[in-house]
Design a protein around this ligand. Structure first.
Ligand code: SF4
Ligand code: SF4
Length: 246
């Protein structure tokens, strides 16, 4: 016992003070894209051509965060159409809000109030990996480490969908996983929430267009919260969950 107390004193508290204190992410992190709307059409079209995800609309000069994998290719095109900031606040309640020209609108108020009332004090989620590459799943797991300590906010991932208030889906939803996803969703008692986490669950991500995947969770089950990224940074997920439910 004394050893444990001594160890605890030496280690101190490792839990982050976020959201009371802000966290600065490392330089190489790519978050919310800053877009130069005055950039010449030629440069924007070159960015759109180079984008492996077809996430850039050259006419509207927008980026679809639901498709973007934050690979950074467009940022390398000379002319400065896109610069990725370190702003990790990317979650949105509506799919169309992910098509950005530099910023996101506030999360839908009606959804916030509705879900805050229901799950503001306690939210239990069942994670469904629908053919993800495991990076989204691993970065979701990180939220349970002492640094993030997700459960201090009253949010937990649970083993059984019957004990859950909603599902948190990662991966592009292979046809093999479709029925399992439906079964899990059905097993969650109503009212329930559906969260699409990562480019794969939102749009198919790198598997976009493949005949082997559904690639758009919303086409199967109405999605309440979108969390972009490939994978989403744990802080992106944490921020979205707190904004939406707390
Ligand atoms: S960072 Fe996003 S928008 Fe830019 S090229 Fe990569 S996938 Fe396309
Ligand atoms: S969004 Fe990216 S990190 Fe997440 S499962 Fe798909 S490929 Fe993997």
């Amino acid at each position: 016992m004394l050893k444990i107390l001594k160890n605890k004193k030496e280690q101190g508290c490792k839990t982050s003070k976020y959201p009371k204190e802000t966290i600065s992410l490392y330089k190489r992190y790519r978050g919310m894209p800053e877009i130069d709307a005055g950039c010449s059409q030629d440069i924007v079209e070159r960015c759109a051509e180079i984008c492996p995800q077809e996430a850039i609309d050259a006419q509207d000069k927008t980026i679809d965060l639901g498709r973007c994998t934050f690979c950074g290719s467009c940022e390398t095109v000379e002319g400065g159409f896109v610069h990725f900031s370190r702003n990790f606040e990317l979650g949105a309640a509506n799919r169309r809000d992910l098509i950005v020209a530099g910023s996101l609108p506030a999360l839908a108020d009606h959804a916030k109030q509705h879900f805050k009332k229901l799950f503001g004090r306690s939210l239990q989620l069942r994670q469904v990996s629908a053919a993800g590459c495991n990076a989204c799943e691993a970065d979701t797991n990180v939220l349970n480490t002492p640094f993030f300590d997700l459960s201090r906010f009253g949010i937990d991932f649970v083993a059984s969908p019957r004990h859950a208030d909603g599902i948190h889906v990662t991966g592009p939803i292979s046809h093999n996983m479709k029925q399992a996803l439906f079964d899990t969703f059905e097993a969650v008692p109503s009212p329930k929430v559906v969260i699409a986490s990562g480019a794969c669950a939102i749009s198919g991500g790198p598997f976009y267009g493949s005949t082997e995947v559904v690639g758009d969770l919303n086409s199967l089950i109405p999605v309440d919260l979108y969390i972009p990224g490939c994978p989403p940074h744990p802080l992106t997920t944490l921020h979205a969950l707190l904004q939406f439910f707390k």
